[in-house]
Design a protein around this ligand. Structure first.
Ligand SMILES: C[S@@+](CC[C@H](N)C(=O)[O-])C[C@H]1O[C@@H](n2cnc3c(N)ncnc32)[C@H](O)[C@@H]1O
Length: 345
């Protein structure tokens, strides 16, 4: 049976399992290698299966890679030689020398003496020397995935085109540099969503930030040249004071609706409230989103009944929008992020 490794938030394993079953009814989770990292048996070949998720991305599974070889591990020194050897024997022929590649290693066992960097470097050198494929760690077209597990102590190896990995980041772990003037960790959520959904903000666009406090998203939107109307009953961080590109309105999103809102290029919504209520508010705001406009919102999920609540929320949103993307991002906690376009687009 073909195997693959799926990665999701540790609290969303049941939802990831459901997505796996929906895409491939004959599949099953064989082992949980570490929290949120699942070894699965696929009914279909990896390529057939991954192509389905390439066409229609899952929400909760954020990364997928094939398992083509399983290598037993012994000791750090021997393992590195064995890994280099296994790549040479099993994968050199499969690597397209015309396409850029990268090696992505994840080490799931805490005390394992090798670091991902050691493995990446040794394997990338081997691949470059023997295939002449160009190494490109930023935008590789093919990825050699290595997952080092503890129970049993083995390395799972698999090669795939990057577009069949769901995310081009190892395990979907999209990381950003911390900035000194960062206002909230929520900033990473917005950065990750803009990157994942490939959202281009218009030059000197106008943005509405619902539930803006303390102002992380507002800061990022300003950094990207947007004029921001920030709505919240809580105050914005003092560092945003004096920025004339921010209009802060101390009120609820519901109250601003009654206050003749402007029109916007992008409406973002990170309000802490029931996902369905937040969706209803977003639908009311659709009138104030330009036809080319973009909506981006987080949906806070409860611990129980997440699936039916999510379905109800999407049904509400579809009254006004097309759901152009939805994902539990690496920086999302008990929530997912949804990318919206006007329904008629
Ligand atoms: C997670 S925080 C937003 C963080 C923000 N995105 C950032 O980057 O700093 C959620 C915010 O939603 C606000 N909120 C909740 N209900 C709201 C409502 N009805 N109208 C406006 N804001 C609301 C809360 O006051 C809170 O500040």
């Amino acid at each position: 049976m073909p195997q693959a490794i799926l990665t999701c938030d540790p609290d969303s394993v049941d939802l990831a399992r459901h997505e796996l079953k929906e895409a491939a009814p004959a599949s099953q989770i064989e082992n949980i290698l570490s929290p949120g990292v699942l070894l699965a048996e696929l009914g279909d070949s990896y390529w057939e299966f991954a192509e389905k998720w390439h066409q229609q991305s899952p929400i909760f599974v954020r990364h997928l890679c094939p398992v083509q070889t399983i290598l037993p591990l012994h000791s750090a020194e021997r393992d590195l030689d064995d890994l280099v050897q296994a790549i040479a024997v099993e994968f050199n022929e499969l690597i397209d020398p015309e396409l850029s590649f990268s090696v992505q290693t994840r080490i799931l066992s805490k005390n394992y003496p090798l670091k991902p960097f050691d493995v990446n470097t040794a394997l990338a050198n081997q691949i470059q020397e023997s295939t002449s494929a160009p190494l490109d760690v930023r935008k590789p077209l093919q990825i050699m995935s290595v997952v080092v597990a503890q129970n049993p102590p083995v390395a799972y190896l698999g090669l795939s085109p990057t577009m069949l990995n769901i995310s081009d980041w190892a395990g979907g772990m999209r990381r950003f540099m911390h900035e000194d003037n960062q206002i909230s960790r929520a900033e990473f959520k917005l950065l990750e969503a803009l990157d994942l959904f490939k959202i281009e903000l218009p030059v000197r666009g106008v943005a509405l930030d619902l539930g803006a406090a303390p102002g992380g998203w507002t800061r990022i939107l300003r950094q990207k040249g947007q004029y921001v109307t920030a709505i919240d009953t809580a105050r914005l961080d003092a560092r945003l004071k004096g920025d004339e590109g921010i209009r802060y309105l101390h009120m609820t999103a519901q109250a601003y609706l009654k206050d003749e809102p402007d029109f916007f290029d992008i409406i973002v919504n990170d309000m802490r409230m029931d996902a369905r209520d937040s969706a209803r508010i977003m639908v009311s705001y659709a009138t104030y989103l330009y036809p080319h406009g973009t909506g981006l919102m987080t949906l806070k999920l409860p611990e129980e009944d997440r699936q039916p609540i999510l379905k109800q929320t999407f049904d509400i949103l579809r009254k006004a929008y097309t759901v152009a993307g939805a994902r539990q991002l690496f920086h999302n906690r008990s929530e997912i992020t949804v990318y919206l376009k006007h329904r008629e687009r």
